[in-house]
Design a protein around this ligand. Structure first.
Ligand SMILES: Nc1ncnc2c1ncn2[C@@H]1O[C@H](COP(=O)(O)OP(=O)(O)OP(=O)(O)O)[C@@H](O)[C@H]1O
Ligand SMILES: [Mg+2]
Length: 344
């Protein structure tokens, strides 16, 4: 929970900065392509004050979701509330509450960054005395480019300019669609710092990213979407706890037809007649317990190796990537082995 959530001033603030209820989107058929069911009933509540990450593979529906919030795409069904305002019933209030940095950068090449921010402030009716043009340019490291033509900015600079542009009306919710795609490592850090700082000062941030590390370092909560559905949504720490998983592969001295009963309590897979894969949680289980169990079954070990799981594995599992089909993960309540791999 954000620190300011319980302050007296927060009484009239919405508990959720963004709330989606059964949000669906079906794109009309285009050319030869039939209708595209891009969002299939998304329920998502983004707590006020959160730095929320939306992860998903290409085509998962991330931009569709964000563009609905931005008012750039019309939803097919369900509801979207921004800062408590329904995008359908109160579109102006909803739009005033949000700043969006779209994935596709579109900017007039002949404007300077300063002009662009001033223009945007004008569009949102921000009075001259309340404008923060220089402060914003400084925050994104573009003060020295304030009067350069936008076309002379690099891709990373353009993206940072878009972040500044999204903040001109000081919206309580900032949405960034792939904010650091094409931004080099150093500037990515700089942008992260800025996003963190905005969040610390109370802005709720929703970002999509392909970089698991980015989500891991930056976000307090992560939702993973795949094929237009939410497949996981939990605090980053909880999600990462699932990473507490390793796999021990053992080459045995004889063929088996089934895993030995002595390995009960571990998630075991007989990959080949002589090759066992035992998944375990290093924080709670030790390799020597596995070895002892094999020995108790009278099995000799010819060779062995271990492999770590990471957020990427979890992501791939949840999105049906390299690890094939996957249902829902076991609850994160640490029952059973808690292995990330025993859910299929
Ligand atoms: N205007 C459109 N018309 C028809 N189909 C569309 C349109 N925009 C997106 N789609 C389809 O909807 C699905 C979701 O696309 P979306 O852009 O939301 O995915 P994404 O998660 O943002 O992907 P990426 O990671 O590549 O940015 C995809 O199958 C895409 O082809
Ligand atoms: Mg996208």
């Amino acid at each position: 929970m954000p620190a300011h959530a319980a302050s007296p001033a927060a009484v009239n603030l919405p508990a959720h900065a963004v709330e989606l209820r059964g949000l669906t989107k079906i794109y009309s058929p285009t050319g030869k392509a039939g209708p595209k069911h891009a969002l299939k009933g998304i329920d998502l509540a983004i707590p006020r004050g959160s730095l929320f990450g939306l992860l998903g593979p290409n085509g998962a529906g991330k931009s569709t979701l964000i563009n609905i919030l931005a008012g750039l795409v019309n939803k097919t069904g369900g509801n979207a509330l921004i800062w408590g305002h329904d995008t359908e019933e109160a579109p102006r209030a909803a739009r005033a509450s949000i700043g969006i940095v779209p994935q596709e950068l579109n900017m007039d090449p002949f404007f300077t960054p300063r002009e662009m921010l001033e223009l945007q402030a004008g569009l949102y009716g921000v009075p001259k005395r309340d404008r923060r043009t220089d402060e914003l340019l400084d925050a994104v490291g573009l003060l020295d480019k304030a009067d350069a033509h936008a076309r002379s900015l690099s891709g990373g600079m353009k993206r940072r300019l878009m972040v500044a542009k999204a903040m001109v009306h000081s919206p309580p919710v900032l949405v960034l669609d792939e904010p650091t795609a094409g931004v080099d490592v150093e500037l990515r850090r700089h942008l992260w710092d800025y996003v963190r700082e905005l969040n610390r000062r109370g802005t709720t941030v929703l970002l999509t990213t392909h970089y698991l590390q980015e989500a891991e370092e930056l976000c307090d909560t992560i939702a993973i979407i795949n094929h237009g559905q939410v497949v996981a949504c939990e605090p980053t720490r909880t999600l990462l706890r699932r990473v507490d998983a390793k796999a021990l592969t053992v080459l045995l001295d004889r063929d088996l037809t089934a895993p030995p009963a002595t390995l009960e309590g571990f998630t075991v897979e007989l990959a080949e007649p002589r090759r066992l894969i035992v998944r375990y949680q290093p924080s709670r289980q030790r390799v020597d317990a596995i070895l002892a169990a094999l020995s108790a079954a009278g099995l000799g070990i010819v060779d062995l190796s271990t492999e770590e799981s990471d957020l990427e594995d979890i992501f791939l599992q949840l999105t049906g990537g390299a690890h094939g089909e996957l249902g829902t993960l076991p609850p994160s309540g640490e029952s059973g082995t808690g292995s990330v791999n025993d859910a299929a």
